[in-house]
Design a protein. Structure first.
Length: 338
């Protein structure tokens, strides 16, 4: 009982910390508006800056820096830089995925044009690098490398979307496309706070493993979501871990048929592929397998923080990782939808 009460208190304290960071980041993003007032794309950029988000990456910057002795004031611009880079990737992702909406609002390219959205995303990425001026050169190096990793990961996502059913390729892709920015957030936070080499490496390791666990959990959520009325879009199909695991645990004959259906690349063949895979998804325990992978990466992330001294900020990092665990993945009647 005492343990449960302590956990409830910690959760409440973390929620207060998190929403304070989230609100302050929203205000920080709005504070950038005077800097873009003279730009021809200022309307598009202003619209993007008003996008509501979880601000998880900015939160990780602050927690990482504070866990090694930094203060929020000196970490503020780095957290904002990470958030701007994230916004830039969302604009570009929406274009590549041909998604018309972002959090129930029109995507930038849908409200204006693809050309304007690409350029607006480029400006946001550039602004994120500008915010790194005045910090250690290593922070700018991390940001530049992360830009490259994000782009390469997004290309892999598009290129391998309908051709790869390999767990190895999946993890290579999400380490770049998803985990790299979480890793950068933790590393830059540690660098901005002048953490030691062992502290920085510990936080980098945490961020990368947190990012992988976060993406797998997101894949599970996509499978669990009931979207019976959603139209089937062949171009938006992605081979996520639940799909890959169900495929890899099918019989040789079934895999051959599934490969044939997937390679045809028509709406009808993709629908047949998903319908056949739904049966194997339950039989193979794919969601439970994916949940165990989330646990594995959460365990690695938490264990990686051992070099850090005990603090409330370290506790909050652990709390963020632990919150990704899935106690009971909903297999049963759930199906794969796009």
């Amino acid at each position: 009982m005492a343990i449960e009460k302590a956990e409830a208190v910690r959760d409440s304290n973390f929620q207060s910390y998190y929403y304070d960071v989230k609100d302050s980041m929203d205000l920080e993003l709005q504070s950038l508006l005077p800097n873009i007032a003279e730009l021809k794309l200022q309307r598009q950029i202003k619209y993007a800056l008003q996008t509501k988000g979880k601000r998880l990456r900015a939160t990780l910057v602050l927690l990482s820096g504070e866990s090694v002795g930094g203060n929020r004031g000196e970490l503020r611009k780095v957290a904002l830089a990470i958030e701007l880079l994230h916004l830039a990737t969302l604009i570009h992702d929406d274009i590549l995925d041909e998604d018309l909406f972002r959090r129930n609002a029109l995507a930038v390219h849908a409200k204006w044009s693809v050309k304007e959205a690409v350029l607006a995303g480029d400006i946001l990425a550039s602004l994120s690098l500008v915010l790194c001026k005045g910090y250690r050169r290593e922070i700018l190096d991390v940001m530049i490398d992360t830009c490259i990793q994000l782009s390469d990961g997004e290309y892999s996502d598009v290129e391998l979307a309908k051709t790869t059913l390999s767990e190895k390729e999946y993890f290579k892709k999400i380490e770049k496309k998803s985990a790299s920015l979480f890793k950068a957030a933790c590393e830059c936070g540690a660098l901005a706070a002048n953490g030691s080499l062992s502290e920085m490496n510990a936080l980098k390791f945490f961020g990368e493993n947190y990012g992988v666990a976060y993406q797998i959990r997101d894949d599970i959520s996509d499978v669990e979501a009931s979207k019976n009325d959603a139209p089937l879009d062949v171009d938006k199909f992605r081979s996520t871990l639940p799909i890959i695991h169900a495929y890899e645990n099918a019989s040789r004959e079934k895999r051959a048929r599934l490969e044939g259906l997937l390679s045809t690349k028509t709406k009808e063949s993709l629908l047949s592929f998903l319908n056949e895979l739904n049966v194997n998804l339950e039989k193979s325990g794919s969601l439970s397998y994916c949940a165990s992978k989330v646990d594995l990466y959460v365990d690695k992330a938490v264990a990686g923080l051992s070099p850090l001294k005990e603090s409330v900020f370290k506790d909050y990092l652990i709390h963020m990782a632990e919150s990704l665990r899935i106690k009971e993945p909903k297999v049963g009647t759930q199906k794969i939808y796009l």
